[in-house]
Ligand binder design. Structure first.
Ligand SMILES: N[C@@H](CCC[C@H](N)C(=O)O)C(=O)O
Length: 263
């Protein structure tokens, strides 16, 4: 039996880590094996990338296919630049299942990049209320291409591991859950439970959804940079008033390279 080796790179954005591959045939089972932290490479997801035209396809660690990934997109854009792709003056355009996104990539040091992304417009959808263990939980639903349930209600300390996984199963397709606390006029602390992954150190689309929900609730102003502080670090998010068009700025780092070996 012949063994084929395909190159991969491992990248992370605030500890949200991804296996980046090009031209590797994927299915749910293969993605689960690649993302397994003991039996595979380990990661919160796999990003299948094309250079020309630039495109990112996202897979969650459980083998499901979300529409969009903010931290992943910063990694994908930085990867394209690291491959030597010529970047037009107006920035890089990367196609995703949630539409084309414009990215600006700055090299900070070898293997570390700062990426600013036009994430498109946050869309507020039907609020979500869930009754669990005799308590009603209220969430602002925000569509960033993928679905988010955001709350500023106070919760017990373990809620991210106890309540959030149950909320994340909300029909029809599940949601990413963000438990938030204002810690300054333009600073928000957030814990994330990601659909198809579990608790992660950061979520880019989640940070955008949180900022949009906070502006909508009058907790922080539109048009000014908001610092969203996640366990893995902070992202800077700006929400335009009216359109709710969002920009996200944060790091992307190449961690290692290797080969996927398969028979
Ligand atoms: N980590 C991501 C979001 C990845 C997709 C998400 N788990 C979903 O199922 O929608 C981000 O940085 O945005």
């Amino acid at each position: 039996m012949s063994r084929r080796a395909s190159p991969f790179e491992k990248w992370e954005g605030l500890g949200n880590d991804f296996i980046l591959v090009e031209g590797l045939p994927l299915n749910a089972e293969r993605v689960r094996r690649l993302c397994d932290r003991r039996l595979g490479i380990g990661g919160d997801g796999v990003l299948l990338l094309d250079r020309s035209p630039a495109r990112m396809e996202v897979w969650n660690a459980d083998g499901s296919r979300p529409e969009m990934c903010g931290n992943g997109l910063r990694c994908a854009a930085a990867w394209l630049v690291a491959q030597g792709l010529a970047v037009p003056p107006e920035g890089l355009r990367v196609a995703t299942d949630a539409g084309e996104k414009r990215c600006e990539v700055v090299v900070v040091e070898p293997d570390l990049y700062e990426v600013t992304v036009d994430m498109g417009c946050a869309r507020l959808t039907e609020p979500l209320s869930v009754r669990l263990d005799d308590r009603e939980h209220h969430f602002t639903s925000v569509d960033m291409g993928n679905p988010h349930a955001v709350t500023f209600e106070s919760h017990p300390e373990d809620a991210i591991d106890t309540i959030a996984p149950r909320i994340s199963m909300a029909p029809p397709a599940g949601v990413n859950v963000e438990l938030c606390r204002m810690i300054g006029p333009r600073r928000i602390e957030v814990l994330v439970w990601e659909r198809g992954v579990g608790r992660t150190l950061a979520c880019g689309t989640g940070a955008c959804a949180v900022a949009a929900a906070a502006c909508e609730a009058g907790l922080t102003p539109y048009e000014a940079p908001i610092e969203v502080v996640l366990p893995g670090g902070a992202l800077t998010i700006t929400v335009a008033s009216g359109t709710r068009a969002i920009t996200m700025r944060g790091p992307a780092r190449r961690v290692f390279t290797g080969q996927v070996v398969s028979t």
